[in-house]
Design a protein around this ligand. Structure first.
Ligand code: UTP
Length: 331
């Protein structure tokens, strides 16, 4: 089976990191987001992957080709990020003759048994019941099995089944036709060509689309969700992630990921902290954070922070001379 992963987006919500690094290569729990996704596909014997690249696409190509020599990659370029529907539309020629395809968003990590999802007889959309579905695409079911309507970011949602970013398409040719209709017919929702609108056209043309409830999905699209995903993955794999770098007087509070090429002294690291390659940390306390490659951090107190590659960060200590019974708080 072929997997299609759109990774051409600009990642505005993760600026400034995404000015210089594609979102999907940001490190969570010791590995780029895209690495977590590809590992899951390979575990399920999917080794034929089509990536739709755009913003900083060369970096993505270099990463996947050097990290996964046994996977067959194809690349299609989306020059302008006109929406998820447009990205998949550009890949239409490359997937239209497949029996089935799996579409997975490049910034979402899934933790569930994909093999069950792949066994579905029908086109299937991964969904999750959420409290506020207005920022998602939603599926409205006709009865309890098949989708009757799919609506992108509804202002008054008639369903709480949010589309979470994984799709099994059993009729790729029909999807291509629907996407052609969306793009050539200039059908835009909220200014973008939407995959959700193409799926609705497939339903209109008689495609039976069912849903699969997924609890384990972890968005990486915003700083808060990237840190939450980092926390979740570290918690899940805590035993295997502590690799020893050069440490002197260091207290690690698990779970953490520490690259073996990092140097840390006189510091407390963790919980929920990823320290990438070649990082140097001294006299600092860091928790719930992601530290990028080659960063140098000194005298810093960091919480819920994302530090890019090559950053030099120097904090300082406060000097006080305070009398008895004073009450001081530093924010
Ligand atoms: P998002 O809309 O979440 O990603 O798309 P984005 O556009 O990069 O981020 P923001 O909204 O500006 O912060 C979900 C997935 O679809 C891809 C993205 O790369 C991401 O993996 N995508 C989105 C495309 O490939 N092309 C597009 O035109 C839009």
């Amino acid at each position: 089976m072929k997997a299609v992963i759109p990774v051409a987006g600009v990642g505005t919500r993760l600026r400034p990191h995404t000015y210089t690094q594609p979102k999907v290569l940001l490190n969570v729990a010791g590995k780029p987001i895209l690495g977590h996704i590809i590992d899951k596909l390979v575990e399920n014997s999917i080794k034929d992957i089509l990536l739709i690249v755009g913003h900083l696409g060369e970096m993505i190509k270099n990463y996947v080709e050097s990290s996964y020599p046994d996977v067959r990659f194809e690349f299609i370029e989306q020059k302008e990020p006109l929406g998820l529907g447009h990205a998949i539309y550009l890949a239409g020629e490359a997937f239209k003759d497949e029996d089935e395809i799996l579409i997975i968003l490049g910034d979402t990590i899934f933790d569930f048994d994909i093999s069950k999802f792949l066994k579905s007889k029908f086109t299937t959309i991964g969904v999750k019941a959420v409290e506020d579905p207005r920022r998602f695409g939603v599926v409205i079911l006709d009865g309890d099995k098949f989708a009757s309507r799919l609506i992108e970011k509804p202002s008054e949602p008639e369903s709480n089944l949010a589309i979470v970013g994984i799709y099994l398409i059993k009729n790729p040719k029909l999807l291509k036709e629907a996407l052609d209709e969306v793009v050539k017919g200039e059908i835009k929702t909220r200014g973008e060509y939407q995959l959700t609108d193409a799926l609705q056209l497939m339903v209109n043309k008689g495609e039976k689309i069912t849903v699969f409830e997924i609890d384990g999905w972890y968005d990486c699209g915003k700083p808060e969700t990237l840190l939450e995903t980092n926390k979740f993955l570290l918690q899940k794999n805590s035993a295997s992630l502590i690799k020893f770098g050069k440490f002197e007087n260091v207290l690690l509070i698990p779970p953490v990921y520490i690259s073996p090429t990092s140097k840390i002294e006189n510091s407390i690291i963790g919980p929920y902290t990823t320290v990438s390659d070649d990082v140097e940390i001294s006299s600092s306390i860091i928790r719930n954070s992601i530290i990028g490659d080659g960063a140098k951090i000194q005298n810093a107190l960091l919480d819920s922070s994302i530090v890019g590659s090559g950053v030099v960060l120097r904090g300082d200590y406060k000097r006080v001379n305070i009398g008895d019974s004073s009450e001081i708080e530093f924010y």
